[in-house]
Design a binder for this molecule. Structure first.
Ligand SMILES: NC(=O)c1ccc[n+]([C@@H]2O[C@H](COP(=O)([O-])OP(=O)(O)OC[C@H]3O[C@@H](n4cnc5c(N)ncnc54)[C@H](O)[C@@H]3O)[C@@H](O)[C@H]2O)c1
Length: 254
């Protein structure tokens, strides 16, 4: 497929974890993937992996700090230079696996601000960068990666849960501003998901409680979430916008 013709999906935070799984699925769906991550080496490794699997041109790495306006501006320039089009944005980058749980009163203000800057401002900046290109195309798909933790009242990472609640608000509000441009904006809210990345935002005891609470009693893995993202960036979801799709094995019912 000529690169100019292939639809482009920018997946932020796709150097590892869920973002990498989204990138893998969207590459298999035929998108040219921009592997956008603050960890330049990880982004390059995932882009190489996708090119090996799907052929040269399947992916390109883009080092970016989504919380930084200039860095996101450079990302938008790279996308235009590289492919001349921007069809899909998956706002997946977040401060997450590096967080440690703590009572809300012990969260330093600097840590609160960092989580908000990456998880919320990052999504805002990336949407602001992508929408003009999508308007030019006359269509576009934005998927924000929120979290089912918003609906569970999970304790001990208040900044993180608050940031994900903000993304759900952003999803509906932005959807109503860009609907007439042919752009849909939706969110997925995954339950606690095992990836290849170790983290301390969930303890082994909590994992067992989470599994017991689910209607489907097994550990959620990345592959459980990728289908929802694939659907929300496909034409099959063209009349769905402003929505949040919970993917958690049946733990919260809304
Ligand atoms: N894994 C879960 O249990 C779970 C559950 C619900 C929601 N989520 C959400 O899914 C997404 C991915 O989760 P994960 O488990 O893969 O997390 P992760 O911490 O393993 O990966 C996050 C990725 O974002 C990148 N990143 C961080 N700051 C960045 C910045 N400033 N600019 C660009 N990239 C940056 C990291 O380098 C990393 O590659 C996150 O939005 C997370 O909040 C995860």
């Amino acid at each position: 497929m000529a690169e100019a013709q292939r639809a482009v999906a920018v997946v932020t935070g796709s150097g590892q974890g869920l973002g990498r799984a989204f990138a893998q699925r969207l590459a298999a769906d035929g998108f040219r993937i921009v592997v956008a991550d603050v960890q330049a080496d990880a982004a390059a490794a995932v882009a190489d992996e996708l090119c090996r699997l799907h052929g040269t041109g399947a992916a390109v790495a883009a080092p970016v700090d989504v919380s930084d306006e200039d860095s996101v501006g450079a990302l938008a320039e790279q996308v235009q230079r590289d492919a001349g089009r921007w069809d899909v944005l998956v706002n997946n980058a977040a401060v997450f696996s590096s967080l440690s749980m703590k009572p809300f009163g012990e969260i330093p203000v600097a840590e609160w601000d960092m989580v908000m800057a990456v998880n919320v401002r990052g999504a805002f900046l990336c949407c602001r960068a992508a929408v003009p290109a999508m308007r030019k195309l006359g269509r576009g798909k934005i998927v924000n990666v929120a979290s089912a933790a918003v609906f569970q009242g999970r304790p001990n990472y208040l900044h993180y849960v608050s940031s994900k609640a903000a993304l759900i608000g952003l999803t509906g509000a932005l959807a109503s501003e860009v609907g007439n441009d042919g752009i849909t904006v939706n969110a997925v809210a995954p339950g606690s998901t095992e990836t290849e990345v170790p983290r301390s935002t969930v303890t082994p005891d909590q994992v067992q409680q989470i599994i017991a609470r689910q209607a489907i009693h097994r550990r959620q893995v990345s592959d459980d979430v990728v289908g929802a993202v694939s659907f929300l960036v496909s034409a099959d979801s063209d009349f769905i916008t402003g929505q949040t799709l919970t993917v958690d094995g049946g733990s919260v019912f809304r």
